[in-house]
Design a protein around this ligand. Structure first.
Ligand SMILES: [Ca+2]
Length: 338
């Protein structure tokens, strides 16, 4: 009884202290781009402590500044709820009817995108936006990493969206065929799963000549598999104003599979920072060519939006930063690297 009270007192104190630490980190970051390279040892080590309580193996979280970590482990199975979505992503609302579920797959709680046969767009999967409003809008370089698995007989159809980011607020992000050009809207940078399980960049940017997103000259790349977990990572770095020199790089299972350095994500008058989070897994496109020929699932887990910590960058001068490209020979080190 007494021991229980002490533990509950500890947790009460812990839950008060944690948001306080995050707030301090947020305030630090208000001072602009350089704040990305500020050290966040307090935040990182508290994340380590918190994750360590579960007894799960840990990457060295001191090496990362984690903007979002979503593992679905504390959710009950069943249809994904607005409350779960909000607690995972700090905002957003599920489109209805929602088909996304929390399931246990290979012994792990994961997010299951369900695509009913013959549907596309909002017929299945996630079609949500969220944002980084809980952290200040100072992000000009970010990585995202997650595990992904397609069911054994998944029908790739003509393609589906995969998660990404947007510049500026959700309301002003360019997507859904607004081109050519995007005016003063914010760029959006996502991947698409294409026919045959290939990948493609899907970018709305300021020098865009087409109505829909651009592949930035990268064509189709990589090869997604069915029936196995794969690790997908993307890196985005904002361009210098007046130059189309922004970066997008993609890794599949640790191998660099595409690398673009020709993206104009911002102009002098458009949104400058990465504020928005595209939680997109839907099939499409906007017609039946994107519809699967069967009911099917795609699973995701351990979704991180992250940056390297200042401590890590200082200790690893060869780690790319800013407008430096990550080379193919350098192994990508992520919060879920094994
Ligand atoms: Ca999980």
């Amino acid at each position: 009884m007494e021991k229980k009270s002490i533990i509950s007192l500890f947790w009460s104190l812990f839950s008060i202290v944690l948001p306080g630490i995050s707030l301090i980190a947020s305030l630090n970051s208000l001072f602009g781009y350089d704040a990305i390279n500020e050290d966040f040892p307090t935040v990182s080590s508290s994340l380590s402590t918190r994750a360590g309580i579960g007894g799960e193996p840990l990457p060295n979280l001191d090496d990362f500044f984690i903007r979002r970590k979503v593992d679905f482990n504390n959710h009950s199975e069943g249809y994904y709820t607005d409350d779960q979505l909000k607690s995972d992503w700090k905002g957003g609302k599920l489109y209805l009817p929602n088909t996304t579920q929390v399931q246990t797959v290979d012994g792990k709680k994961v997010l299951a995108s369900f695509f009913p046969k013959g549907t596309w767009g909002r017929g299945g999967g996630l079609n949500q936006w969220s944002d980084f409003r809980d952290t200040p809008d100072d992000i000009t370089e970010i990585y995202w990493t997650y595990r992904i698995k397609y069911q054994n007989d998944f029908d790739w159809a003509l393609g589906a969206k995969l998660p990404g980011v947007g510049f500026g607020s959700v309301q002003t992000v360019a997507s859904g065929g607004v081109g050519p050009g995007i005016g003063d809207k914010g760029a959006s940078l996502r991947l698409m799963q294409e026919a045959g399980g290939k990948l493609r960049m899907y970018v709305y940017h300021h020098s865009m000549g087409d109505t829909y997103g651009d592949d930035m000259g990268q064509g189709r790349f990589g090869q997604l598999k069915k029936g196995v977990w794969q690790e997908l990572s993307v890196r985005v770095v904002a361009n210098e104003i007046g130059k189309a020199n922004g970066i997008m790089q993609v890794w599949l299972d640790g191998m660099l599979v595409a690398s673009a350095q020709n993206i104009e994500m911002r102009t002098a008058t458009s949104p400058q920072r990465i504020n928005s989070l595209a939680l997109h897994t839907f099939m499409g496109g906007a017609d039946e060519r994107f519809a699967p020929d069967r009911d099917q699932f795609m699973w995701m887990d351990d979704v991180y939006f992250w940056q390297y910590s200042k401590k890590y960058l200082a200790a690893n001068p060869n780690a790319p930063r800013g407008l430096q490209l990550h080379s193919a020979s350098q192994k990508l080190y992520t919060p879920i690297s094994e």
